[in-house]
Ligand binder design. Structure first.
Ligand code: BT5
Length: 319
């Protein structure tokens, strides 16, 4: 219906014919679109699509060049939880989006603040991959968020494995604040994944003061204000932001060999001194490379270590 409307004025009978439905059904669809905040005007030449809503499921699907269905909620506990339910029902290529989350989660069940104005979503898919390769999906999501943030004028970069950061300040005071976190969950057998849920949380159109101070976090709005955008134009159109993010993610999942080069280009971690808390203890040294499917290579005093999971901290040169 939206595709048909996007080509200009189209009459009820034309729509009925194109879509092979009754005229009453056309009318019902027009009403449903209006209820979802699409402005559909009835003119002498037919229906005209005047405007699309800023955000919402149909708005994200409209013009999206990736094969995802979008399920939108005004408020949800956690989009990852909902996506897991859909996975249990057999769904795939579905994106759950919430305007706000009341029980957002990070890794190890940490709390994830998700006020209104952010982008909180989970992509559910069923890749033909062994479970050990799933980390490449986390990297792909980080690349997708970073690219979309850069297109919005914010110099985001990636901290291994699952954070997107924004540099703030210069010289001695330079630091990096967290813009986005990613929580990837999956279920599968030893050799094949059944489903993967990639949960992506991006702080977009709200203020830093809405986040816990200890999180040392920032938002796209705050970053754009610091870059000189006035308060009235600092917000980022979330519909387009989510579309770009999903399109890049879709491109990269089809071509996993492109993930690492893009990740290296955006990485903040490479070339830095890091401390990584791993299940097997602490690794301190210089992060020198990333290897498929997401292994960090660290040069330590005791030689080269390869780390596949953990919490990573960027150290200042003196530390
Ligand atoms: C993460 O965990 O960074 C993964 C976050 C994933 C959130 C998305 S939102 C959509 C989907 N649905 C969910 O329920 N989750 C996913 P981790 O690396 O463990 O970092 C968690 C830490 O980040 C917390 O302990 C806080 O210090 C900090 N934090 C909490 N809320 C934040 C926010 N909005 N922005 C930046 N940092 C935050």
């Amino acid at each position: 219906m939206l595709d048909a409307l996007s080509d200009g004025p189209v009459t009820g009978p034309e729509l009925a014919e194109q879509l092979d439905v009754s005229r009453a059904a056309v009318w019902k669809h027009v009403e449903a679109l209006r209820e979802a905040d699409f402005e559909v005007e009835g003119t002498d030449e037919g229906y005209v699509l005047q405007s699309i809503p800023e955000y919402g499921g149909a708005a994200i699907e409209y013009g999206l060049e990736a094969p995802f269905e979008v399920e939108f909620h005004d408020s949800l506990g956690s989009t990852n939880e909902r996506a897991r339910e859909l996975a249990a029902d057999g769904a795939t290529d579905t994106v759950v989006v919430a305007a706000e989350q009341t029980g957002g989660r990070g890794r190890l069940d940490r709390e994830w603040s998700s006020p209104a104005g952010g982008v909180w979503l989970s992509v559910l898919c069923r890749p033909d991959l062994p479970p050990a390769q799933v980390p490449v999906y986390t990297l792909a999501a980080a690349v997708a968020v970073t690219r979309a943030a850069r297109e919005a004028g914010v110099e985001a970069r990636i901290k291994w494995p699952n954070d997107v950061l924004v540099p703030v300040g210069d010289g001695e005071d330079a630091e990096e604040r967290k813009l986005c976190g990613i929580l990837t969950e999956m279920e599968g057998e030893a050799d094949r994944v059944s489903w993967v849920v990639v949960g992506i949380g991006v702080n977009v159109n709200f203020d830093e003061s809405d986040l816990p101070p200890e999180a040392n976090a920032t938002t796209l709005r705050a970053a754009r204000e610091r870059a000189g955008h006035g308060a009235d134009e600092a917000d980022v159109p979330r519909r387009l932001f989510v579309q770009r993010l999903l399109e890049t993610f879709d491109e990269l999942r089809a071509a996993p060999e492109r993930v690492l080069p893009a990740w290296r280009e955006y990485a903040s971690t490479l070339g830095r001194r890091v401390r990584v808390e791993t299940p097997g203890g602490e690794v301190v040294g210089e992060a020198v490379d990333i290897e498929f499917p997401g292994t960090l290579v660290v040069e330590t005093d005791e030689g080269t270590r390869r780390v596949s999971a953990g919490d990573c901290e960027h150290l200042r040169p003196a530390e």
